[in-house]
Write a protein that binds this ligand. Sequence first.
Ligand SMILES: *[C@@H]1O[C@H](CO)[C@@H](O)[C@H](O)[C@H]1NC(C)=O
Ligand SMILES: *[C@@H]1O[C@H](CO)[C@@H](O)[C@H](O)[C@H]1NC(C)=O
Length: 502
Amino acid sequence: MLLKLLFFGLVTYASAAVKLQEVFSWNVLDWNYPDEYLKQESILTGAFIPENALPVGIERWKNKLFVTVPRWRPGIPATLNYIPLDAPHEQSPKLNAYPSYKGNELGNCETGLTTVYRIKADKCDRLWVLDVGTYGYDPNVTNLCPYALNVYDLNTDTRIRRYVFRPEDILPSTFIANIALDEGATCDDTFAYFSDELGYGLIAYSWQENRSWRFSHSYFMPDPLVGDFNIAGLNFQWGAEGIFGITASPVGSDGFRTLYFSPLSSHTEFSVSTRILRDERKVKEGSFNDFKVVGVRGPNGHTTSKVMDDSGVELFNLIDQNSIGCWSSSLPHKPQNIGVVDKDDVGLVFPSDVKIDEDKNVWVISDRMPVFLEAELDYSDINFRIYTAPLYNLIQGTVCEPSSQFIQTSSPMPMSNTRTVGQTPLYGLSLKAPSTPVQTSYFSSFPLNAQKIKSYNPASFSVTPKLAFLDMPRQTSYSDITSNKAGVSFFNKTPWWSKINY
Ligand SMILES: *[C@@H]1O[C@H](CO)[C@@H](O)[C@H](O)[C@H]1NC(C)=O
Ligand SMILES: *[C@@H]1O[C@H](CO)[C@@H](O)[C@H](O)[C@H]1NC(C)=O
């Protein structure tokens, strides 16, 4: 990946998350150890290097919030972890290895886990975890273990299955970071799908048959025209990155779900019926025309993580926009039907994963990943955040809200990069009345947000945080910010955000 440096010039406004509530945040991650002596020893021997840990995936199941940390650098105690949600609230809780430290042993292919990205819990209280087996990061990657699916029984915290992908499923270029589940009528009738970003494939796994197969399709490939990224003041190219975010729809009238997918270097959404994916014969039979183009999100529409709930509303991260987007699958997929449920130019820099739990709460983790990978994180600043909000609160006032849909089915409005206060859809103008935050959620969230605003820019916000909070959101889109470039180097010790002149 080629890194070019640029600088945010004068920026008049920033936005802060309004609906998403920050529940946890960290400058640097930390772990609970059985005792302090072991921890100190791990730090001394380099078995634990806190600054090397970047959280990338989350999942909530009952009283556990799972957090994954890839072993891109040395010193990561465990790649699969959880935070107990029934413990007294701490703003920066230490992570706990799941199911144990031993079960996270680096390079122990049989009973350990080496590197895990995104994970998924199912209705049968199982946690689906793909161990990609790699240690290090491009170009210093070693494949310590084969790609292996590990499934845990969450009620007993035991691993109930390990399945090693067939050699035919994996190419030399394979990189798999995402998983989607396709749950049938029984626990046995469950399929998992895995997107191969750099090998341009989609792997299907049948729980019942304990077997996998691999689809190829040109829709898994990147769009070469949109491989340039501007995130957190960094300009870089992820032009080879193919199929990435995947999620399954509710069960359709034909009894099958639809798998939605997007390449990372792309602004387009595609789909395929799980009727095709569940059938290994379709690999050879020729299923090219069963893969569909769903529509485009619009400019600055790169995404790496998506999830659809039972009502057919899809949420996804918009990594160029520091925001979470939504689309209601009952509407045509086009820019004016894409909404933004929340945006934060500091807190949501690289919202790496988005999940919806059984209680219809949305969970988001942000981690400033491009800064970690392409530059260096500032550990005197908050780098990682976990947010939550009820799904309905998030989509309220957006084009994805169920009751607003009839308004949106006709008269597409012209595209515009300019938004005024309160307008929700990102890429086009909305026919819907401007949304205002609900009073109750405003007051309950205010202390949290006011504190957050103060913490990153005291000069601008300490006097009238309330006003700032009301006026700031959604006044400027990220494309407005990035279009204003000047030539100052990123690499000095001043934190990256302080260069943004509010
Ligand atoms: C790769 O590893 C070598 C040797 O340990 C090191 O010098 C180099 O900086 C590493 N490169 C990256 C990109 O991490
Ligand atoms: C599933 O397949 C794997 C091969 O990767 C094998 O080791 C395992 O025993 C199988 N499990 C079941 C339940 O058949």
